[in-house]
Design a protein. Structure first.
Length: 123
């Protein structure tokens, strides 16, 4: 499966997520308003990646541990967002966890509770 399609499937499996283009890239929103993941197909460099919301210190920790996989994205990096390269070998279970964590950072507590009581992750 193509990286974009895999990412799309992970994002759209979460409660009340929609997709639309933002700044020319596929982007996923909670309740059509708040972005939690955006695709980056050579958006600012020659790399294929995605950017996602992240909890405190996640960006700093992952970019220090594995700079070949993670980076500080432009525009949103100063808010703690994480960049994840997709043009390297990726572990889709780890990507699924990062997408879910991004959702949890952005989604309202009612949707996070709904997520906790269901199994939204696709096979």
């Amino acid at each position: 499966m193509d990286a974009l399609e895999h990412l799309r499937r992970l994002c759209l499996a979460l409660p009340e997520v929609t997709e639309r283009l933002s700044h020319g890239e596929p982007t996923w929103f909670v309740r059509g308003k708040k972005t939690f993941v955006t695709f980056a197909d050579h958006h600012h460099d020659d790399r294929r990646a995605f950017w996602c919301a992240a909890g405190p210190d996640v960006q700093q920790t992952l970019t220090a541990q594995a700079p070949e996989n993670y980076f500080r994205p432009p525009y949103v990096g100063h808010r703690g967002w994480l960049g994840v390269y997709l043009d390297v070998e990726v572990d889709w279970d780890v990507i699924a966890d990062l997408v879910e964590d991004a959702y949890r950072v952005i989604a309202p507590t009612t949707l996070v509770a709904q997520l906790d009581h269901s199994s939204c992750r696709p096979d």
